[in-house]
Design a protein around this ligand. Structure first.
Ligand SMILES: [Ca+2]
Ligand SMILES: [Ca+2]
Ligand SMILES: [Ca+2]
Length: 248
């Protein structure tokens, strides 16, 4: 930095002196002493000029990251059973003047799906961050019990949100959040394993939890379809009546 600074000063000194000679600014300067003072003046002028340039550059340094795109696959406004993969492609742009590292988080409603770190994103460039998930593990947050109609497909519209964390020194934070993409989450309650159809695997799950209640070692909350806190023939009956059903 010091060498660079002195090199720039020397270049500007030569430049200023060159044009000073061309414009005959030193024509009236005759004595050695006067010429030395003139050189000193020009040198200080060059230092001042470079210093001003450096301070000007440091003043305009900008830190600003943003989410500029948000695409959902297989597409926004789709209906998804619990085990169907969903992808979100989030475009993160560095609108600042320096490289940035930042965290990007995807929210499914109020549930955090994942946080991914983008490292050393160059100034004035963008990158795509891809998230993939299924709703199966977050069903209790999307469809909290008690369940009113265990034989009907539950359905809720969930809005997705991408957030890029504010980086140090960032002022423009309004573009750090992108809300878009509505997913229609589905769940037919007796489809316990979330594979989209009610079959013997689901009924077996209820059978293994038979006669259990909250606190019991075999208690499974999702097998208590009618939310009466006991897994009995009523729950087996619901399973049997929905046998073979799928999300249509
Ligand atoms: Ca921003
Ligand atoms: Ca199933
Ligand atoms: Ca029950």
């Amino acid at each position: 930095m010091t060498v660079s600074y002195l090199t720039q000063n020397l270049k500007h000194f030569i430049l200023v002196y060159h044009y000073g000679v061309k414009l005959k600014l030193f024509q009236g300067v005759r004595s050695i002493k006067s010429r030395l003072f003139t050189f000193l003046f020009v040198f200080l002028l060059a230092i001042s000029f470079v210093g001003h340039r450096i301070s000007t550059v440091s003043c305009v340094e900008v830190h600003d990251v943003a989410i500029t795109g948000f695409a959902v696959f297989p597409g926004s406004d789709v209906f998804v059973p619990p085990n169907m993969p969903i992808n979100a492609n989030v475009t993160v742009e560095n609108q600042g003047t320096t490289d940035e590292s930042c965290n990007v988080t995807l929210y499914f409603g109020n549930v955090t799906i994942e946080t991914i770190t983008v490292t050393n994103l160059q100034a004035e460039s963008e990158t795509n961050v891809t998230f993939e998930w299924i709703t199966f593990p977050i069903r209790p947050f999307i469809f909290p019990p008690p369940w009113e109609n265990p034989m009907e497909v539950m359905h809720v519209n969930v809005t997705m949100k991408g957030v890029v964390e504010v980086v140090p020194g960032e002022v423009d934070t309004a573009d750090n959040v992108y809300i878009d993409g509505v997913i229609h989450a589905l769940w037919l309650l007796p489809d316990i394993d979330g594979d989209g159809i009610i079959n013997m695997r689901d009924i077996g799950f209820v059978a293994r939890a038979y006669a259990s209640y909250p606190g019991h070692i075999r208690w499974k909350r999702y097998a208590d379809f009618n939310s009466d806190e006991i897994i009995d023939m009523k729950d087996i009956g619901i399973s049997a009546r929905t046998f073979g059903s799928y999300y249509g």
